[in-house]
Design a protein around this ligand. Structure first.
Ligand SMILES: C[S@@+](CC[C@H](N)C(=O)[O-])C[C@H]1O[C@@H](n2cnc3c(N)ncnc32)[C@H](O)[C@@H]1O
Length: 361
């Protein structure tokens, strides 16, 4: 059971406070006047992330630089571990190497490769799998998870989209393991996890404090249940001989709470060079950045800066105001904006601009 203590979440910065809003759970408010273009939050590194499989050769694992922005086809600097990780420079490769337990990474990636060989490839999502009943409730989701978790292994390999979630979950669990090692045996300074010492203190605990969107999401997308449970059973079977990680699969709880917070809280990773249409090549969770509610006339904008996500005010903001970003393209008309927010974010936007636009179309 997670105890929500929102006030304790921004202890490092007394300028901001989390409060419950009348319309959309908690929101982040400023205690002071903030002038335009102020950097109000910098999240140095995501807690969990994944690059879409199609982009793995083109996106730097460390700084997320995208080859397209540099007129190249792929990054050639690889880490020997299964050839999965590509980097734009030796500096990025070295930064990544410093923050990872390479022996563990090697064993995990060999285990995943072995598990993939033992399953059959299919272009369809998992077949003959427990599904959710028509009435989706907490209880029915619990029962369906128990049923799915009672499966010992899977015959069918995860499809590409599921493999991306496999890597996303792995990134979080490897990080969670590193935190537990850090808290018992402090790592030498040059092996410290950067974002634990950076502006934001992202931890498993800060991930747990995010809004749980499992029920609302599965009501809209019940098909995602098979995806999540397939990922869990596949990973549990693949990692059974990895003692550092197999402890996280004794029950589905850890993977489930992580995935329950992925939807609705994670950020798309987009290229930063293109004007107008930006290409999305992956997604990432920056827990401290996930308290900004949406507004169609936002006073905060987000900007990815390498691996970091930064948040800047778009105008002068008076003390006491809520700080909001936009989750969508706000140049769209009100009906399109509301449709997108309902479809992808499961809420009806009632921001001042939407209310005004609806009453005077
Ligand atoms: C990234 S979280 C923002 C923080 C969240 N309110 C909380 O308490 O953790 C996104 C979720 O906040 C709520 N939300 C954000 N903006 C909203 C809005 N304009 N109207 C209604 N709900 C909103 C929705 O539940 C959405 O899925």
């Amino acid at each position: 059971m997670v105890t929500l203590n929102p006030q304790a979440l921004y202890p490092h910065d007394p300028r901001f406070v989390l409060r419950t809003t009348s319309y959309g759970g908690r929101g982040l408010f400023t205690n002071e006047n903030v002038s335009q273009n102020t950097l109000i939050l910098r999240c140095d590194s995501p807690y969990a992330s994944a690059i879409f499989l199609d982009f793995r050769k083109e996106v730097c694992t460390q700084c997320f630089a995208y080859t397209f922005e540099f007129n190249r086809n792929s990054w050639s600097i690889k880490h020997k571990s299964a050839g999965v990780f590509r980097f734009c420079s030796e500096t990025c490769k070295n930064s990544w190497v410093k923050c990872h337990d390479l022996d563990l990474m090697d064993r995990v990636h060999s285990a995943i490769a072995r598990a993939l060989k033992q399953t059959t490839k299919s272009s369809k999502s998992v077949q003959h799998w427990p599904s959710l009943p028509a009435l989706v409730t907490r209880e029915s989701i619990d029962a369906a998870w128990d049923m799915a978790a009672s499966k010992i292994s899977v015959d069918q390999a995860p499809v590409d989209m599921e493999m991306e979630i496999v890597y996303y979950v792995l990134s979080a669990l490897i990080r969670h393991h590193a935190e537990s090692v850090c808290s018992s045996v402090p790592l030498p300074a040059d092996r410290a996890i950067p974002s634990l010492t950076g502006t934001c203190h992202e931890t498993w605990e800060s991930m747990l404090q995010l809004q749980d969107n499992e029920l609302s999401h599965l009501r809209v997308r019940p098909d995602i249940f098979a995806v999540h449970t397939h990922v869990f059973v596949f990973l549990r079977s693949a990692l059974q001989d990895i003692p550092e990680l197999n402890v996280y699969f004794r029950t589905p709880n850890l993977v489930r709470v992580l995935l329950a917070r992925d939807h609705g809280n994670s950020f798309g990773l987009f290229d930063t060079a293109t004007q107008g249409y930006n290409e999305m090549f992956g997604w990432a969770m920056y827990p401290m950045g996930s308290y900004f509610n949406h507004d169609c006339n936002p006073n905060v904008r987000k900007a990815r800066n390498g691996r970091a996500m930064e948040f800047y005010t778009t105008r002068d903001v008076p003390a006491g105001s809520e700080l909001c970003i936009s989750y969508i393209d706000t140049t769209e008309k009100v009906h399109e904006r509301r449709e997108q927010l309902a479809l992808y974010w499961d809420f009806v936007c009632n921001c001042k601009r939407c209310v005004k636009d609806i009453s005077s179309p």
